[in-house]
Design a protein around this ligand. Structure first.
Ligand code: HBI
Length: 364
């Protein structure tokens, strides 16, 4: 007797459209680059056929990429809430969708990873079903409206990282929360670590690095800072404001080196001032056995198991960070690794995305 689970899932032909703000593999596309890479890798492993469409110059290991020429899109977070939708001349985004129009008959499903107006506007013009993965919280009125139209006309086709990210949109109830995931084989568990704290992220005001530096100064615990230097003036201001803090900025490291340094730390501090849609660095830390101390805000608040794999503290309260740092001995580092394995492996991520894809196709 063949049980339903024995039936091999139909192999899907998937067309993944990457973010138009940067070349895949350059880091310009932020967290969503990792998501595209992980989904492509995991769907291939499951026997699906994958074609990625991305700006010319993109590269992603042995994954097949259709490179599209044209000018990169302006990052949405640099635009105001009421800004009109803008496109550069010869826009790579429009060229990506013109290519997609010509090949759509060869695919079962198109998956859009761009946080832009055009892909949502074009959705009703396409025969092939389109799944939209939204990678940030609400950015503008015009984007909210066009996304909402797709959420209503094509139920179930909007995916997001977390519920707190979904809550920023008027169509929150129509969002599928898919979380994130990492290739755990790249992260080594460390059972113990010296009294060093770490902070990882773009050095920019919305990440509120100054709060982590203040906590380091108040506890006297060294703080190692990793990430792209995005706002040099902001960093200089922090150094002037906290001259005594035992902090060291060590720069941006690719995964292999980052995880090695991460594992040697007692805890990761996350101090998001903005609504962080997910916060991949939180699951990277857990994978290395490193507890996460974070403001109770956005994605990290849905990842950290308060008191078990780290601590969640009142947003923007440095004193809360200091209290949590003093309780770190309560956390079992094995519990951190176990949570990463249970919820954030590529296997777990692949299950969530594959189910989302099947549900969209079954509902047609
Ligand atoms: N801005 N216009 C635009 N389009 C994107 O796809 C986009 C963006 N800003 C940031 C971004 N994507 C990613 O870095 C985040 O989703 C992680």
């Amino acid at each position: 007797m063949v049980r339903p689970t024995d039936l091999t899932k139909k192999s899907l032909k998937l067309l993944l459209l990457s973010t138009p703000v940067g070349l895949l593999g350059s880091g310009q596309g932020g967290g969503v680059e990792l998501t595209v890479q992980n989904i492509a890798q995991e769907m291939l492993r499951r026997g699906h056929q994958i074609q990625v469409v991305a700006p010319a110059g993109s590269a992603m290991g042995d994954i097949s990429i259709q490179e599209i020429p044209g000018n990169l899109q302006v990052p949405a977070q640099t635009q105001g809430q009421d800004n009109p939708i803008s496109m550069p001349k010869n826009p790579v985004l429009a060229n990506m969708w013109d290519y997609t129009r010509t090949v759509q008959a060869d695919y079962d499903l198109i998956v859009n990873f761009a946080f832009d107006w055009l892909p949502f506007y074009l959705t009703p013009f396409f025969h092939c079903p389109i799944a939209h993965f939204i990678s940030m919280g609400s950015m503008s009125e015009a984007l909210d409206r066009i996304m909402e139209q797709v959420a209503i006309r094509f139920p179930g086709t909007i995916g997001v990282y977390t519920a707190s990210q979904a809550a920023t949109f008027p169509f929150a109830q129509q969002c599928c929360c898919l979380g994130s995931g990492i290739d755990l084989s790249l992260y080594e568990f460390c059972a113990s670590a010296p009294l060093t704290l770490t902070w990882v992220g773009r050095i920019a005001p919305e990440k509120a690095l100054e709060d982590a530096v203040a906590a380091s100064q108040m506890t006297g615990m060294p703080l190692k800072i990793f990430g792209k230097m995005q706002d040099e003036d902001y960093w200089q201001q922090i150094c002037q404001d906290y001259p005594e803090a035992p902090v060291e900025y060590v720069g941006f490291f690719p995964t292999a080196e980052l995880q090695q340094q991460l594992g040697k730390c007692r805890a990761l501090l996350m101090t998001p001032r903005w609504m962080e849609a997910f916060g991949n660095v939180a699951i990277e830390a857990l994978a290395c056995g490193v507890p996460v101390i974070s403001y109770r805000r956005g994605g990290p608040a849905e990842i950290v198991q308060d008191g078990k794999t780290g601590f969640l503290v009142k947003p923007d309260q440095v004193a809360g960070l200091v209290e949590a740092i003093q309780r770190l001995d309560e956390i079992d580092r094995y519990a951190c690794r176990r949570q990463a394995e249970a919820e954030y492996s590529l296997e777990a991520l692949g299950d969530r995305f594959e189910t989302w894809f099947q549900d969209i196709l079954n509902s047609r």
